[in-house]
Design a protein around this ligand. Structure first.
Ligand SMILES: [Zn+2]
Length: 541
């Protein structure tokens, strides 16, 4: 690497902060990015400047830095921002060929400008953190994990629909305690899902208190995102208040056509709790469609227990009639006439269903288009393997939200941008495009095309806001002393390519991605430098 000789003069006093002189090459710094339009992550207006990086950290920020450097990178007037921090992902998986352990470079995230992800959301996580950490070799990006209530409860109580005994409660507490000591950043819940849904608020508070003792965050897929949205926000806030910890409400939304346009009052509720001194913030993805299991179309009681338990209920005539009645009232409650809002992302038993709506699959099966027949189709898919859940059975894409509501949510000052996505095995299935395109979509659609957000505010929601909530105090802002997680992009060119129809497309326009000071993406292509780290909780004990 050529040493670019620039006059050896430290231009301003702000430059000399954190400047080590340890380079073997004789250069003062490893990398100097010049000629950048710096969007620093705080939400402040952009400014022209240079950024010097040494030993994985930003060591100087300023105009026309004059420092001897091992390498110079000309940003050519493009935006230089902190690397994005995505606080809502699901990258653990039972299959070691997939997930972060199987695909550790994390191309779909890296090429969307992401340098750090938080996984273990919605109550599902690895429980043995050291064992998982050992599997995470050659990471392309940084990862932190929450410990999930559903996973903890399942390991102690199975899928039982009951309260824990005091012995079981103690076992769950000690599992949370161990995970936090092993570096988890907080507790997550998925109170919509089995078995977390069987827990009352007190149980969650009991476990949240353990995570709080270690400085953790409470991140929740709240109990209900439709009719009882306000109550469910209240429950999350109560848990945070009684456990004395910050609250992150995950993938904030209101479900169902009948309730579209009413999200503003839920955001006002969040804001009123903040005025009362509760640290509650939210995250959201920039899409009107959600992605989850097929089982959520059934009443919750019907999907308790194992896949066999669920299939037994569906095949029992009397129980089936109750399930059908429940599904009809759920459909009506959401304001839907049929299941055309529900499309298959990946159906393991029959891949020809991938990408088709339930209404289309029903026709494919030569059944007439009635709600009863579509319910038969769903129940048949459940029995034939869909009951095995999101990753093993059937993952779905649901048109739950309105684009106006998504704009309102992402316009709320304390909403972070987060994908709710996973590591993509390129080309497999018909997944939700959010795993590929979340950040590019915000910058292209919400900032450039429709001007719902300013560039600086959008970047803040991807960087310093999530860093604050998860106590990543040395990331998320471009400032001397902070870790050099950075991204360079042209705001006129950055584009999400992934669509519902053709999801397997990487975002374009993130020309350079720097992870812990190393160039992980150059000219829009992965360099295969693996500089990612496992990030542990920063405070508390
Ligand atoms: Zn969730």
């Amino acid at each position: 690497m050529p040493v670019i000789r620039r006059p050896s003069r430290l231009a301003t006093s702000l430059v000399i902060l954190f400047l080590p002189f340890s380079q073997a090459s004789g250069a003062e710094v490893d990398l100097l990015i010049v000629n950048a339009k710096i969007v620093d992550g705080t939400g402040n207006p952009w400014f022209h400047g240079d950024v010097a990086i040494s030993e994985g950290h930003v060591v100087a920020v300023g105009a026309d830095l004059e420092i001897e450097t091992a390498r110079t990178l000309d940003a050519n007037g493009r935006v230089l921002a902190p690397g994005f921090i995505d606080v809502h992902t699901h990258v653990e998986t039972s299959s070691r060929r997939e997930g972060l352990a199987g695909l550790p470079r994390a191309d779909n995230y890296m090429l969307d400008g992401v340098t750090t992800i938080v996984t273990g959301n919605c109550g599902t996580s690895e429980i043995d953190i050291p064992a998982w950490r050992a599997e995470l070799q050659n990471l392309g990006i940084n990862v932190a994990t929450l410990v999930g209530h559903n996973s903890i409860r399942k390991s102690v109580m199975g899928a039982d629909n009951r309260a824990p005994t005091s012995d079981e409660m103690n076992q769950m507490r000690s599992l949370v305690d161990k995970a936090m000591r092993d570096g988890a950043v907080g507790l997550s819940t998925g109170l919509l899902y089995v078995p977390g849904t069987y827990a009352d608020t007190r149980e969650v508070i009991g476990l949240a208190r353990v995570a709080s003792k270690h400085g953790g965050v409470y991140a929740s897929h709240i109990r209900e995102q439709g009719e009882k949205l306000h109550d469910s926000i209240g429950e999350a806030v109560r848990i945070g208040r009684e456990a004395n910890m910050p609250v992150q409400i995950s993938h904030f939304k209101i479900k169902g056509r009948t309730r579209w346009g009413t999200i503003g009052s839920a955001l006002e509720l969040v804001e009123s709790y903040r005025r009362d001194g509760i640290d509650v913030v939210i995250d959201a993805y920039p899409y009107e469609r959600a992605s989850t299991s097929l089982g959520v179309t059934l009443p919750r009681w019907a999907v308790a227990g194992s896949a066999e338990d669920i299939a037994a209920r569906i095949t029992d005539q009397e129980t089936r009639a109750r399930i059908v009645a429940g599904m009809k009232s759920m459909l009506e409650d959401g304001g839907y006439d049929d299941y055309s809002f529900a499309a298959v992302a990946q159906y393991k038993p029959q891949s020809s269903y991938n990408g088709r709506t339930i209404t289309e699959i029903n026709k494919l099966l030569e059944r007439s288009s009635t709600v009863d027949n579509e319910i038969e189709t769903i129940l048949g898919m459940m029995v034939d393997g869909g009951a095995a859940g999101y990753s093993q059975g059937a993952s779905m894409i649901y048109h739950y939200m309105s684009s106006e509501d998504v704009d309102t949510i992402l316009g709320y000052a304390n909403a972070a941008v987060a994908s709710d996505g996973t590591i993509m095995a390129f080309g497999r299935g018909q997944p939700h495009p959010r795993s590929y395109g979340t950040n590019a979509r915000v910058l292209a659609d919400f900032v450039r095309e429709r001007q719902v957000l300013t560039l600086e505010d959008a970047v803040r929601r991807m960087t310093s806001l999530p860093a604050r909530t998860f106590s990543f105090y040395d990331r998320g802002i471009i400032r001397p002393g902070f870790v050099a997680d950075l991204v360079i992009f042209d705001p006129e060119r950055v584009t999400d390519k992934a669509t519902y129809e053709r999801p397997h497309q990487y975002s374009e326009g993130f020309d350079v991605v720097i992870v812990n000071g190393a160039i992980a993406v150059d000219d829009g292509e992965p360099t295969d430098v693996r500089a990612g780290q496992f990030i542990s909780r920063a405070v508390g004990d």
